[in-house]
Design a protein around this ligand. Sequence first.
Ligand SMILES: NC(=O)C1=CN([C@@H]2O[C@H](COP(=O)(O)OP(=O)(O)OC[C@H]3O[C@@H](n4cnc5c(N)ncnc54)[C@H](OP(=O)(O)O)[C@@H]3O)[C@@H](O)[C@H]2O)C=CC1
Ligand SMILES: O=C(O)C1=N[C@H](C(=O)O)C[C@H](O)C1
Length: 238
Amino acid sequence: MKIALIGYGKMGKAIEAIAKENGDEIVLKISSSNQNEFTADNLKQADAAIEFTNPHSAVENIKKCLDANIPVVCGTTGWLKDLPEIKNYIEQKNGTFLFASNFSVGVNLFFALNEYLASLMSSHQEYEVSVEEVHHTQKKDAPSGTAITLAEQLIEKIKTKKSWVNDKTNNESELEIISKRIDDVPGIHTIKYNSPIDYIEIKHSAYNRKGFAGGALLAAKFIAGKKGIFTMKDVLGL
Ligand SMILES: NC(=O)C1=CN([C@@H]2O[C@H](COP(=O)(O)OP(=O)(O)OC[C@H]3O[C@@H](n4cnc5c(N)ncnc54)[C@H](OP(=O)(O)O)[C@@H]3O)[C@@H](O)[C@H]2O)C=CC1
Ligand SMILES: O=C(O)C1=N[C@H](C(=O)O)C[C@H](O)C1
């Protein structure tokens, strides 16, 4: 398939490497230095666009792809306060869109595990739940999008938790998310349940960016030729 890469940084390059192995063609690569090439005519060469940029440019980039009537997969995190606006735009344009805070198959299985464990733990209030995420020092947003997805799943299942905070907290209704930034760590997410007598944790560690990149390509193949808003659950049949 033919792909437009919006964002040609760490993720854009990881996607390009896997696309080449798969025999997919990258027909457009956009970064901040060649915005003049980010045109509807150029986008229309692609079957789908894959957007991995930064929290400040994602909304505008997604809209440009929808304006060109190109299905768009977005992995950029840190912009989701604007999701309702994007959903309206997709409806207006009869567009195609898939966002995931994390495209790796492993993390999407981990999301399912998180939901299951949280439903078991919901009736055991002696366990205090918290989230920790560790990423590389170039990461612009905190907490990670993945940590927010995990926290939202926990808040849905564990009724004592009403909201999350990206800090230490002694407020029982707040779910603590601790963010750490270390060298070039691709991404580690841990859910911790601590009680006065024991401790349970589940943890996902990415060894590299291949899982995120491969998942984004799977998503692009899934949405090409479809209309509407999709998730990785649709792609993976979870
Ligand atoms: N959902 C998922 O599975 C994953 C999500 N992410 C998220 O993806 C995003 C990108 O991550 P990563 O690749 O590591 O970041 P990088 O900083 O390495 O790359 C970002 C790229 O976006 C480009 N860019 C900046 N502004 C624009 C713009 N207005 N239009 C087009 N391109 C632009 C940059 O260009 P230049 O260098 O010229 O400024 C750069 O090429 C982050 O939000 C991150 O959290 C990351 C991994 C997995
Ligand atoms: O910025 C990153 O690198 C990553 N971002 C995503 C997030 O915010 O959850 C996914 C992954 O953990 C890597």
